[in-house]
Design a protein. Structure first.
Ligand code: NAG
Ligand code: NAG
Ligand code: NAG
Ligand code: NAG
Ligand code: NAG
Length: 367
């Protein structure tokens, strides 16, 4: 979530003040391990093979691999250097093969560089990390604010990442601290695909900003609003792991208008860690969040969901739903009266990859 203004956002300030977050020792090893198993080079999930579909795929032509190794045995030592080597208006599938290691750098993939894949050697062994916080000064001397804290930011379309972790290592905020939002990753491009990735942070870990996104078998760790933004995204078979100690929240969705197609759909996921935890918060007036076939540990607050500030009557305009969830926290995830238990008909649009128009850009084997 963006910079919190405690005077106007009572719940946010309550959370800020009451939250006590432990500085978590990195679960991702930042030294290459011996058991790193090399992985085969993937193609970007979209190829021209879908041209038989009604919407003809006009996609990348050709294939190029760029190798990155922090110890200097690849073409580049840093991920940003590899991205810089991709020409603007790129039309090739470019796989940036990043070997095991800890890449301590801030990375940006500009909008002019589509079709790039970050291929790691495993999410436990290939890590990109940085440590910016919202209140840190940016290049112009002004505060960075939440969206510019991300260790890795992607503005390009058709980005994908496989078997790699992204981390913001700024210490988790202590009670009463402001400006400690610290994102690990920001995705602002359209049609982005993530598989086997890790996202590590505390407050505002994953900025799912804008565009259609698909997250498969990913691990997302954080404390407050640790998945946030106005993306139109499906999270399939992912783990959302809370490290909150006094209060936390998983998803804060920012849909502003009733005709926007954005929303977060969590399908077949697992919610673990520590609580108490809100499963969703109304960052936007028409916030839209659905959990289906998801397991909840016994860490969900009694109310389950939060309308953000009690003054905008968002409880009348949000779409918060659950469908066939399970686990000891599932009853609380149904929670307040403005969250609904969906029937199959109303749940169905959120259960299938067509929620993100996936038929046209996600290969069946990747869904
Ligand atoms: C990613 O890692 C998983 C689990 O280690 C492995 O099965 C898979 O082949 C890897 N895929 C890619 C594209 O690296
Ligand atoms: C599709 O991809 C194949 C293999 O990369 C290539 O030979 C062929 O020319 C492509 N077809 C079109 C229509 O781009
Ligand atoms: C890479 O460099 C790091 C730090 O310099 C070192 O600890 C590690 O053993 C190196 N790994 C390999 C595979 O050479
Ligand atoms: C990518 O890197 C791994 C080692 O991390 C290596 O085994 C593999 O062959 C590389 N793939 C390509 C296409 O360079
Ligand atoms: C919505 O929130 C308002 C203000 O907190 C409350 O008075 C009202 O009962 C709520 N309505 C529903 C349906 O939860």
């Amino acid at each position: 979530m963006p910079i919190v203004m405690p005077s106007s956002l009572s719940l946010s300030s309550l959370i800020l003040i009451s939250v006590l977050l432990l500085f978590h020792a990195g679960r991702v090893r930042c030294t290459p391990s011996d058991d790193n198993t090399p992985s085969s080079p993937p193609l970007v999930s979209s190829t021209n093979s879908s041209s038989k579909h009604r919407h003809r795929w006009v996609g990348p032509i050709g294939y190029r691999v760029i190798t990155v190794d922090v110890n200097g045995t690849g073409q580049f030592r840093s991920v940003q250097a590899a991205v810089d080597a991709v020409p603007d208006n790129n039309r090739m599938n470019v796989v940036i093969n990043i070997s095991a290691g800890c890449y301590v750098e801030k990375v940006v993939v500009p909008a002019t560089k589509s079709y790039i894949t970050f291929q790691g050697a495993g999410r436990d062994v290939t890590v990109i990390e940085w440590h910016d916080r919202a209140s840190d000064p940016g290049p112009n001397g002004q505060q960075l604010r939440t969206y510019r804290t991300a260790s890795v930011t992607v503005f390009a379309n058709y980005f994908s990442a496989r078997n790699i972790s992204f981390k913001n290592t700024a210490p988790a905020p202590m009670p009463g601290m402001e400006g400690w939002q610290a994102a690990a990753f920001r995705i602002s491009g359209d049609k982005a695909y993530f598989s086997g990735c890790g996202f590590y942070g505390a407050q505002d870990t994953l900025c799912d900003d804008a565009g259609r996104h698909y997250f498969k078998d990913c691990y997302i760790e954080g404390s407050i609003d640790f998945i946030f933004g106005n993306g139109r995204s499906m999270y399939k078979d992912c783990v959302m792991h809370s490290i909150a100690t006094k209060f936390g929240s998983i998803a804060a969705h920012k849909r502003k208008y009733v005709d926007e197609k954005t929303g977060f759909a969590f399908v077949g996921c697992q919610v673990t860690g520590t609580g108490p935890l809100y499963v969703g918060r109304a960052l936007g007036q028409y916030s839209r969040i659905v959990y289906a076939y998801t397991y909840f540990d016994d860490i969900v607050t009694q109310e389950g969901w939060d309308d953000w500030n009690h003054v905008d009557k968002k409880n009348k305009t949000v779409f918060f739903g659950v469908y066939k969830c399970r686990g000891p926290g599932a009853a609380a995830a149904r929670g307040v009266s403005f969250a609904r238990e969906l029937d199959f008909e109303s749940a169905h649009p959120f259960l299938v990859k067509s929620f993100v128009n996936g038929r046209h850009w996600i290969a069946p084997s990747d869904a």
